[in-house]
Design a protein around this ligand. Structure first.
Ligand code: ADP
Ligand code: MG
Length: 241
């Protein structure tokens, strides 16, 4: 089974031009990919299709082995619950504490409060936020808010984690630390796609890259962690992915 499969997918907003054109690729369960491309290339748009926040204008998408075209709204919600999303703009609720923001996905699915408390506390420790449980996200730094949004995305143990520029606007040391968390999650079996244009992250972590350019997607694999990207990257046919 493929975790994600796109076949000839296109996307346009309203009557605008096609932002994504004829995109075909698939990702294996347990894989870790970067999604790169210039600002405006379509990274966030591709993320929206992957977290089922938007339907494609054309083409087929299947997630977890299920074709999502024509699925009922109820079914889409079920599929979405297997996907954790870190939004580019965090989307935290400022009238809730950090703790309650992170607890939200578990409350929505009706887990018992005792279990929620244990899980949220463990995760807050893991992302180094234990001192801010009661704070409103609005009073915290960008880095702290980003870690709240990451904790919220992973608390329900999603099979797929999609993170849109999760290290944007953070200094490199915090960014590297967050990447360490993602690596750890991936080793525990979560499939991960991270949109980034951070050169330092792309240079430090050697995961294959989904590259969007001119509305089209290609996959670049890095052959050796000890070689420079220019010398050893290769263009693969996206149809073999
Ligand atoms: N909600 C939207 N409505 C109309 N156009 C949009 C919308 N979101 C993105 N776009 C357009 O789609 C293109 C790709 O944007 P986006 O996916 O945000 O790129 P990236 O995340 O790579 O910066 C841009 O031209 C952008 O203006
Ligand atoms: Mg974006």
């Amino acid at each position: 089974m493929r975790m994600i499969k796109f076949e000839h997918v296109g996307l346009r907003y309203g009557i605008g031009p096609e932002v994504l054109k004829d995109i075909s690729f698939s990702l294996e369960p347990g894989s870790f990919h970067f999604l790169t491309g210039k600002s405006g290339a379509g990274k966030t748009s591709l993320m929206r299709l992957m977290y089922l926040g938007k339907r494609p204008t054309r083409g087929l998408i299947s997630m977890f082995g299920k074709n999502v075209n024509g699925q009922s709204a109820a079914h889409m919600t079920q599929l979405r619950q297997k996907i954790g999303v870190v939004f580019q703009d965090f989307r935290l609720m400022n009238h809730l504490s950090a703790f309650d923001n992170i607890a939200l996905p578990l409350r929505i699915i009706g887990r018992p409060e005792k279990e929620i408390k244990a899980n949220v506390e463990e995760l807050m420790e893991w992302v180094d936020l234990h001192d801010c449980a009661k704070a409103s996200p609005a009073t915290l730094s960008g880095g702290q808010q980003q870690r709240i949004s990451i904790a919220r995305a992973i608390i329900s143990k999603p099979r797929l984690l999609l993170a849109d520029e999760p290290t944007g606007n953070l200094d490199d040391s915090i960014g590297a630390k967050l990447m360490g968390l993602f690596e750890q999650l991936n080793r525990m079996g979560t499939t991960i796609v991270i949109a980034t244009h951070s050169k330092s992250i792309l240079d430090s972590f050697h995961h294959p890259r989904l590259v969007i350019k001119d509305g089209l997607l290609s996959i670049e694999t890095i052959r050796s962690p000890f070689s420079s990207f220019e010398d050893f990257s290769e263009q693969e046919s996206i149809y073999n992915a």
